[in-house]
Ligand binder design. Sequence first.
Ligand code: C2E
Ligand code: MG
Ligand code: MG
Length: 637
Amino acid sequence: MQDTEALREAIVSMRRDIDHLRMENLHAHLLLATQDAALGVHDSDAFGPVFAALMPAFDCSSILVLLEQDAEHSMLRCMASNCPELTGLTWQAGPLLQKVLAGRTISTVADAQANHWPAQPHGKLSPTQPALYLPLTVQGCRGMMMLTRRSDEPGFDRGHVELARKLSRRSSHLFAARQTKLSEADSRRLRELNDKLQSSHEALHFRATHDQLTGLPNRTHVQELVTAMIARQQSGQTLALAFINLDEFKLTNELHGNVAGDALLRAVASRVQSQIRQADIFGRIGADEFVVALDAAGQRPDVTVVMDRIRAQLRQPLSIQDTQILPSASIGVAIYPSHGTDYETLRRHADLAMQHAKATVKGSVVLFTKDLGRQAHERLTLEQHLREAVAAGEFCCALQRKVDIRTSAITGFEALARWVEAQGSVRMPGEFLPLACKLHLLDDIALQVVDDLARHLPQLDARFGNTVRYSLNISPDQAVDSGFMTRLVQHLPAGQAQRFIFEITEESLADTGVLEAHLLPMLREAGVRISIDDFGAGYSSLSTLAALTVDELKIDRSLIQCINERPRNQVILRAIESLGTALGLAIVAEGIETEQERNFLLQSTAITIGQGYLFHKPQLLRDLVCNEGQTQVVCRA
Ligand code: C2E
Ligand code: MG
Ligand code: MG
């Protein structure tokens, strides 16, 4: 019996131990799960996994984390809950909750009078629910975890309270550890992220402000740097801004390829860099355009000396891929403050000076002057004016007669472009053709001239007969542009192409292959004749002429001028005449101004057709068709 009693006691004791062990085991499990959850990296919801671990262990329906929000007024706020709608609720920490805050774990049973419930009642929470409060410190903030069961469930037992007590201590440590750990990890991550951001920001900034090829500051950055440099200038100090442009860079690219072009640009960068000081600014602002700003230019050797050194450096031969390139650059310089007090004005003026260098002596250094500025301003105004005039169709045709120099009878007309401005003034080709050519407006102008002529052709025919031929001037660019030439032929009055002669200059003969292969066959087929204009003024040799099948040769005015007094010109004229005759060409002498010139041609040459002020000056077509005077017309066969 005693044995039986002893055995029973032993068994009870064993059971207690086993229960204890089981409880310990449960605690261990729970604590481990909580610890894992707390140390997890669920940043967005740090409590979620903790709640998930606690719910089954405590057999509770809701868990809330209340943290002290306002210690002075004893206010607690629900920071997290497994029921999201409970977050944000506030509690007035009455005596019971104050005890919890002070570190005690407290279990309460259903109590309709309880005064430890939220300040704002909430349907999900009611004083009739059993609750377990365990103190908690989160991020150094006092608070508690509140676990509740449904109203019809029993209160939490001692085991749960015991467990809650342990959990309370562990959880606070865990949260603290997690916070420290997190903040360390976070700050390390943040630091890394920051470093990355910083370096990518720097890389991005560098990319945005520097040229990739040369590593030099780019256009926008140069502007910022020079603007800052100008702002630093003290009164009396000067600053020089140079605009460097490579000569024939396009050609280098075309001849030697882009790799060579890139190498040249890099060489320019390092060569210029070697000639300037640390405080100076040097950047690439365009494909082959560089800007140098010399700091406090007045306190250093003459700017032109520095520029000459740069120029000389740039002219050094450069070997790229077994090819030797002989680079050169034109440089324009503007000085602050006399040529401008801001970057843009200085750059523009230095650019103008550079353009002047290019137009006069390529590869030279030119200092900006007010005169250059004025000329540029006039050019710009004219450019604008010219564009507007082309758009408004202000170009028309003037005609100068070609005559038989013996009888003065008309053999044909040369059409010459005239710009009749809105207010009535007439501008000559010399004033607008070069610019029109540069602005690619010449084709439009030529078509306006032809249209004017075509429009008036019936009246001209009525007056001069319908067998008279008309000559049109074709620029060298146009002569090799088969698209334009086709358009021009299409603009000629229908069925009248054989009455037209296209005058091309000696310059157009540079590429006789293109002419013979494309232009001449097309024109011949249309019936248009070809004349070589201004012959003897250019460089084409007589043999070049022999290689082409043209119809007429117009001898330049420079050869005809005072021909009676110039034996050397007389020899050249006779040589041209005999070649032209041998080739079966009609020969026209241009610019006959005096009786002496005409008499020489009549007596010493067989030239019969001439053009010049001696006979007639060009006349605006509209004036010509209004003039009803008597005219003798001779038609060429
Ligand atoms: P060009 O084709 O040699 O035309 C003859 C130029 O010499 C005309 O000048 C004419 O007015 C001028 N001239 C004629 N006889 C005399 C003379 O006895 N003495 C002097 N000093 N000059 C004389 P313009 O009209 O000023 O034209 C100049 C040049 O402009 C033309 O030279 C021609 O190359 C070009 N041009 C005129 N109209 C056009 C056009 O519609 N298209 C193209 N591409 N060029 C044109
Ligand atoms: Mg002409
Ligand atoms: Mg001419």
